[in-house]
Structure formats: C-alpha cells, structure tokens
Design a protein around this ligand. Sequence first.
Ligand SMILES: [Ca+2]
Ligand SMILES: [Ca+2]
Length: 247
Amino acid sequence: MWSEQFVSAPPEDRSKPTLRPKFGVLITQKEYSMRNMKHRMTSLRTTLLATTLCTLGLFGTAHAQNLLANGSFETGDLTGWGVLNPVQARSDEGTTEGSFAAVYNFGNVFPGGYLFQDLTTIVGQDYTVSFDFGGFGVANTLLLQFQVITDPGGPGEDFLILQNISSTGSVPTTFANSSFDFTATSITTRVGFGDATGFGASQNADPVLDNVSVVSVVVVPEPGTFALVLSALGILGAVIARRRKTA
Ligand SMILES: [Ca+2]
Ligand SMILES: [Ca+2]
C-alpha cells in the first residue's frame, strides 16, 4: 500500500517531483495520485470478481444438485431406492442416460412394482422432479403412477402429486420426459414411481424409467456460504468507503 507520508507536495504544486524512498524513483504528486487510484481500482475489481465467483460458483452448485441417490440407476441395481414388488435395473430395454434404467414387470411377473425415495425437504421450498418414462415391448398401453407424498407415514401424510403417465410399448423403447414442481409442506417428502399397468397389458411389455432427478428450484445457500458472501460484501463495502474517504 502507498504511504501518504512520503508525499509532501502541496495540492497547488502537483508538478513538483517527490521522492519515494521505497522504490528510489522520483514521481510527481499527480503521478502518485494516479498510481494510487489505479491500485485502489485494482483492489475494487479483485473484490468484485471474488464476490461474483463466490456467488455464482457456490450457489450454482447447490442449484444443480440432484437430491436423489442413484437417480439414473447407474449402479446397475436399485441402491438408494425403496422397492416393493418386482423392479430391476437393466441395460437391455433402453435408457436415456447412462447404461441402466429401472424396468418394471420384466418376465411377465405380477405387476405393481414400486420405487420410492424419502427426501429431506425444507417446508415452503419449491422443488422440480424430472424423469423419463417409456414402454418396452408390444404396443400395449403402459402406465406409470408418479407420486409425491408429504410427511410419509406421519400424521400429515398426503399426496402433493398423484399423476398417471402413459406410454405405448415399442422396440426400441420410446421415452418421454415429464417434469413436475411441488412445494414441500413437511421436512420429509417421498417421491414414488409405481407400475399402474393392468395385468393383461403387462404381458410382453414393460414400463421403463430412467434419469430421475429432484432439485431445488430456488437456491438455498448453506450458512457457511452465506457467511462467505457476506464477508466478501463487507470487504467490498470497506473498499468503497475508503475510496470515498480518500477521493
Ligand atoms: Ca440410466
Ligand atoms: Ca412385462
């Protein structure tokens, strides 16, 4: 940082050379003022850049995070999911992401397979669920029942979303993306996908699910992130205050 004590020239005599012992060079008061201003502007730009990177980087990461475990079934099994009735992770009936998808009713067993995950959610927070669903096999109508349940197993248990999505069986599987928004009303929210296809339509055809994600719509910074950003903003404020004071 430049030291004011080495500048002795009065304001009305800005062309007078002034010795700055630290660097052993002569500069005028005007040059000194310009260098000093340039240094302060560089500090201000650095602080602004740091604040912007901090905000975009840390907040952006929070926004993109999939709250589901193994949402694309790429472990090759159903790790992370609760499973009722027959569902398998398979690689031979089509996928939209990676090498595996969840296949219901493979081998013409009894239909009614169900996958679910219970997520920790923030009351009042908006979330988006996205997934790809298709039917594999003969051209029957296959149904996937999509559920979002608040407070599963608790006194406030209720459906936030209950929606059947249909697909017609084909080879290869034709997938379509679905996306739903919900606002959490409890600290636990269940996202479930059930095979609602009737027994006859399940013969020689299978519902296939892949690429499932749940993300927060509005970014929720963690306390540590908030402190970091506030700290950066504090430095920015101090730099601006200093500039005003010395201008
Ligand atoms: Ca996959
Ligand atoms: Ca089947």
